[in-house]
Design a protein around this ligand. Structure first.
Ligand code: ADP
Length: 387
């Protein structure tokens, strides 16, 4: 093994033991520690002097500690290997009682009476953590993959419906002998084709929007925005929907409310508010109301509340609302794709805001949109003046 004389060999061995990165521990046939190198001291927090002559099981937590002596006895009687001759992951116990995962490989000493086994131990906490992080990443990737598949299958279903209508009506028109269909019927079918086509186009645009946002390709340009003015513009723009469902806006509370400047992208914010308003109309009862309030949260953010007197959302389905293509309302005659809220949430989060909902079936829903306030623009109610 070595060409050195025995004194030099002993020095060399000492140097090896003391510089080894892994812990090296030797025990006698009764399990008593007779060698404990520097790395072992660092690993277990014991000085070598403290452990010499003690049973090696002090370095193990329960249940290994209690099993250890019987394990050695069993090995000596039967030769059955569990650790000896091989290696495996076990738990180590430090002097302070804390435990850590370690890889232990044990070799048997056969040619010396005072020595029985030599164990090499390595702290594998970091590997365990890396492994766990890898496992977590795999689980997250799997969930994301499933969500993508679900999204694709919902999307193809949503696209197929209007496409089938286009093809179906076009086929009827092309196969009908001239004069068989009345001009009114023909018109009706043409209109169905156009409206299904438009619906399809809207859907595709929404899906593209959503995928662009998800891939970070939609930039929001954040600037101070007058929340109340944006709200007024949004109300004007959704007027046709409000009229169609005979919905009135109740905004008395705004005359006493703060009118904050918020950090937002004005165009995107208008799109979000319009979506919440038009949902408040679509999923309302005929002749229902949309009540609008605005407040400053204790955390100093602006909160716009859009509440309706509509059909509400079952509690167990609230968490699904912001998933693309999820439609939970029973008003199936109402047009929609189930993408609006998903887009709203993405935009609001890009603006460092938050959108939340509470709802009661048959009573109504309350959507709240929170945005960061521009510092120093806390406002006087009603007057539109700012401090
Ligand atoms: P869309 O209105 O196009 O279906 P959204 O993403 O805007 O899509 O909304 C998703 C679903 O959430 C709607 O289909 C509806 O079932 C439900 N929803 C949204 N807003 C309301 C509301 N104010 N009241 C009741 N249900 C609502």
């Amino acid at each position: 093994m070595s060409s050195l004389d025995s004194a030099s060999q002993s020095d060399l061995l000492k140097a090896v033991l003391n510089t080894a990165v892994d812990g090296i521990i030797a025990i006698d046939r009764r399990g008593r520690i007779c060698l404990f190198n520097k790395a072992s001291e660092l690993l277990f927090g014991y000085e070598a002097e403290e452990v010499f002559g003690k049973n090696v099981h002090i370095l193990m937590p329960e249940p290994y500690r209690s099993q250890h002596d019987s394990y050695i006895a069993n090995y000596q009687a039967t030769g059955e290997e569990k650790i000896i001759g091989i290696g495996r992951e076990v738990e180590g116990r430090r002097k302070d009682g804390s435990t850590f995962p370690m890889y232990l490989s044990v070799g048997e000493v056969t040619d010396r009476a005072e020595l029985a086994y030599v164990g090499i131990v390595r702290d594998i906490t970091a590997q365990r953590e890396n492994f766990r992080a890898l496992e977590d990443a795999c689980v997250r990737a799997e969930i994301a993959n499933q969500a993508k598949s679900e999204f694709l299958s919902r999307m193809s279903h949503e696209l197929r419906t209007p496409l089938n209508a286009v093809l179906g009506f076009a086929q009827i028109l092309s196969l009908s002998e001239p004069g068989v269909l009345s001009p009114e019927k023909e018109n009706e079918y043409f209109e169905a084709i156009i409206s299904s086509g438009n619906h399809l186009l809207g859907l595709i645009e929404d899906v593209l929007d959503l995928s662009k946002i998800e891939h970070g390709q939609v930039e929001v340009s954040i600037a101070p925005v007058d929340l109340l003015r944006t709200l007024r513009q949004s109300i004007t723009m959704v007027q046709p929907v409000l009229s169609r469902y005979r919905i009135s806006i109740v905004d008395d509370a705004l005359s006493n409310a703060p009118m904050p400047l918020v950090h937002a992208d004005e165009v995107r914010l208008r799109q979000c508010i319009m979506n919440l308003l038009s949902n408040g109309a679509k999923y309302n009862k005929p002749g229902g109301k949309i009540i609008i309030k605005c407040e400053i949260t204790p955390a100093g953010r602006a909160r716009l509340i859009i509440e309706d007197t509509g059909i509400g959302i079952p509690r167990e389905r609230l968490s699904e609302l912001f998933k693309p293509f999820t439609r939970v309302s029973k008003r199936e005659e109402v047009e929609g794709s189930g993408i609006g809220l998903a887009i709203t949430r993405q935009f609001v989060e890009q603006m460092d805001g938050k959108v939340s909902v509470v709802s009661k079936e048959g009573v109504g829903s309350r959507f709240a949109l929170e945005l960061p306030l521009v510092a120093g623009t806390q406002t006087f109610a009603g007057t539109g003046l700012r401090r």
